[in-house]
Design a protein around this ligand. Structure first.
Ligand code: PLP
Length: 463
């Protein structure tokens, strides 16, 4: 399986190189040259199988012969054994034909664990084979850092540095990072905003001497292995509800569009999906793209679903590439223009192609809070604000074809204040995470100065 860049100016690469590189050298995103296919019989055969077996089949279809199937199966088994539910991603019914797929039973209680746990094992395996060590640098507005630290802690060939904006993430989110005692993990409270952290990471990646010295790598949501790992629960959820005989719809709380794009991938691989509803908070660039055909950046408004406070959904470039019949010249033109002026007017044919599967819905703060209360009253389930955005979107669109799966992306206890404010009930951390408050924290504080942080990364990587 070869991977091509959406901008067409980089040579094609294999799975391992696509995963280690993240972004393609021409600034595009890697996509497989052709979508692997599952027959109806193969999909039907996923029913009742352990999650890690389906994961190995789906991810294996993208890895081709670059990772031995037995090795991949073992990695998947190990990765999903870290989840504290035997189904890994269980379904919970909330209405006659609506279900939550709970993606938050991993070590950091957020859906990022699903992909990060397997990504960390892939990295360690591939780097060991190449006798290489890498340094992962990530900026986090909350969940990515915790998932990355949980996944990469204790790995032999990778060090991880997580930057977070001091005082701007929840205590639970911070503790998932800072309580890791492993020597390959460093957490830095940056005296600035999330945007400052991201800008510093970007500068670090542009510093060729640092990049080479510490073999810098990123694990953000454009990494294709993350997309492949996220396609898995579309399969397991849909077959549990009767696919491929029945067609299933999904409702997805979206920010960077990685999770929702994974649904597109599952559909292209043969899973019969009727509709994917892309639910955003008031940062609704994606909702507008799918409803009005105009992808236009606004300024970011902080909300109670902070993991979705995004106005430039990186993975949208992959869908655009598909919708313009994989024309890399048009894709490069559109996203260069977007970088400059912040707008893409989606060509009518491409818009129609997107609408064949996707709908967009933007949800405000009040509606989000009301969805938390309504879900609690009607079902007894306490949902987090990200999940609530998707539940509210489902209420707004009404009937969809077949059963609907709402992706539930975080445990309510990660956002205890907002959930309690909405519902009057304070969610409790599950057993296992409950002693988080008692563990010692370990992190450094640094000013939001690129040079200071780059020096810190270098010293940590070389120690
Ligand atoms: C990252 C995240 C999302 C958004 O997922 P994307 O793949 O960026 O669209 C939604 N909810 C939670 C809790 C997240 O951490």
């Amino acid at each position: 399986m070869r991977y091509v860049s959406t901008r067409g100016q980089a040579p094609s690469v294999g799975f391992v190189d696509a995963v280690l590189a993240g972004l393609a050298p021409d600034g595009g995103l890697y996509v497989p040259e052709a979508w692997p296919q599952f027959s109806r019989a193969q999909i039907a055969g996923f029913a009742g199988r352990p999650y890690h077996e389906v994961a190995a089949a789906v991810i294996g279809a993208f890895a081709g012969d670059e990772i031995a199937p037995a090795v991949l199966l073992e990695m998947c088994e190990e990765a999903y054994a870290t989840f504290n539910h035997p189904a890994v991603v269980p379904l919970v019914q909330i209405a006659p034909d609506a279900f939550l797929a709970e993606l938050f039973h991993g070590p950091s209680l957020a859906f990022k664990d699903v992909a990060m746990q397997i990504l960390a094992r892939l990295y360690d395996h591939v780097l060991a084979a190449q006798k290489r060590t890498q340094t992962i640098l990530c900026a986090t507005s909350g969940d990515t850092g915790g998932a990355a630290v949980e996944a990469f802690r204790g790995r032999k060939n990778v060090k991880v540095v997580a930057l977070f904006p001091e005082g701007r993430i929840s205590e639970v989110q911070r503790r998932f990072m800072t309580t890791a005692a492993d020597p390959n993990v460093a957490c830095v409270a940056v005296q600035g905003t999330f945007d400052d952290c991201q800008a510093i990471v970007k500068q670090a990646f542009q510093d060729q001497s640092l990049r080479q010295a510490v073999d810098l790598s990123g694990v953000n949501s454009i990494n294709f292995a993350r997309i492949a790992a996220q396609a898995v629960y579309y399969f397991t959820s849909a077959v549990a509800l009767g696919a491929p005989e029945r067609t299933v719809s999904f409702c997805v709380p979206s920010g960077n569009f990685g999770d929702a794009f994974a649904g597109y991938v599952a559909s292209r691989m043969g899973l019969p999906i009727a509709r994917i509803v892309v639910a955003t908070n008031s940062n609704d660039i994606l909702a507008h793209a799918f409803e009005d055909g105009r992808y236009a950046r606004g300024s970011v408004t902080p909300t109670i679903s902070p993991a979705m406070d995004i106005q430039s959904a990186s993975n949208f470039e992959r869908l655009y590439f598909e919708a313009v019949h994989r024309d890399p010249v048009e894709t490069a033109r559109a996203f260069a223009a977007f970088a400059e002026v912040g707008v893409i007017d989606i060509p009518p044919q491409a818009f129609a192609a997107m609408r064949a599967l996707f709908r967009g819905v933007g949800i405000g703060e009040d509606e989000t809070l009301r969805a938390i209360v309504a879900t609690l009253n009607e079902t007894g389930e306490l949902i987090d604000p990200h999940t609530a955005v998707a539940v509210a979107a489902l209420r707004r669109v009404g009937d969809l074809e077949g059963p609907v799966v709402v992706l539930s992306t975080a445990h309510a206890a990660k956002f205890p204040e907002d959930v309690a404010r909405a519902s009057g009930v304070t969610p409790e951390l599950p057993r296992g995470a409950a002693n988080l408050a008692a563990l010692a924290e370990r992190f450094d504080r640094l000013p939001a100065e690129p040079e200071t942080i780059k020096a810190y990364v270098r010293a940590f990587a070389e120690a």
